[in-house]
Design a protein around this ligand. Structure first.
Ligand code: TMP
Length: 212
């Protein structure tokens, strides 16, 4: 049993989700037990797997290997970091989780969605987010946020068509899971998006968290 709260942020590359995850973490942490994590990553083993996944020289990686590596990184993250923190009643904020796998490996790579769903259950050890914020941004506008110094990783190098498929995938997932997934227009100002997210958190979880 756990009493914690698990919050995830999703979106295409450069959607602004990492900035929003960090802002929510900063708003929460003074008043609540709180942890900010990223998937893939956030444990020693998961960060090593992340390096393999994002390494552009691994161009021969098969889509199924890619899927299973994301799941492997996630299962380590869940068992080493997320579940222990939730058992202590903490708020766990995670930058990406299994919806990323459905959108990227399922919708964009074209792997069988039912197989991806089964893999997601294994990789997440059956854990589901209490709420997910999907930062929805047009891929063209997202790309404008990229700095000249930012090098593409293996997934980003897939280009605009791939990001479009990821975006449509996310919107489809959100339609199917409208209770859990809140779609946020990610084109707005960072501070007004943040205020909106805090408002939704306070409305939904008024008896689980101290106000953020
Ligand atoms: P990040 O840059 O947002 O940390 O994510 C790393 C990349 O990995 C990003 O391009 C999205 C991709 N990704 C997947 O393809 N599948 C997954 O399950 C996850 C978690 C991320």
């Amino acid at each position: 049993m756990n009493n914690g709260l698990f919050v995830t942020f999703e979106g295409i590359d450069y959607s602004g989700k990492s900035v929003q995850a960090k802002l929510l973490y900063e708003a929460c942490r003074g008043k609540n037990r709180c942890l900010l994590l990223r998937d893939p990553g956030a444990t020693e083993i998961s960060e090593k797997i992340r390096t393999i996944l994002l390494d552009k020289t691994n161009s021969e990686m098969s889509p199924w290997t890619e899927l299973l590596l994301y799941e492997a990184a996630r299962s380590q993250l869940v068992s080493e970091k997320i579940l222990p923190e939730m058992a202590l009643g903490g708020i766990v904020i995670c930058d990406r989780f299994y919806d990323s796998t459905t959108a990227y490996q399922g919708y964009a790579r074209g792997l069988d969605l039912a197989a991806v769903e089964r893999a997601n259950i294994l990789g997440s050890c059956g854990l589901m987010p209490g709420i997910t914020f999907l930062l929805d941004v047009e891929p063209k506008r997202a790309l404008m946020r990229k700095k000249v110094s930012d090098c593409d990783d293996r997934l980003e190098a897939e280009g605009m068509g791939f990001q479009n498929k990821v975006r449509q995938g996310y919107l489809d997932i959100a339609r199917k899971e409208a209770e859990r997934i809140v779609v946020i227009d990610g084109h707005g100002r960072v501070d007004s998006i943040h205020k909106n997210i805090c408002r939704i958190m306070n409305e939904r979880f008024y008896n689980e968290i101290t106000k953020v």
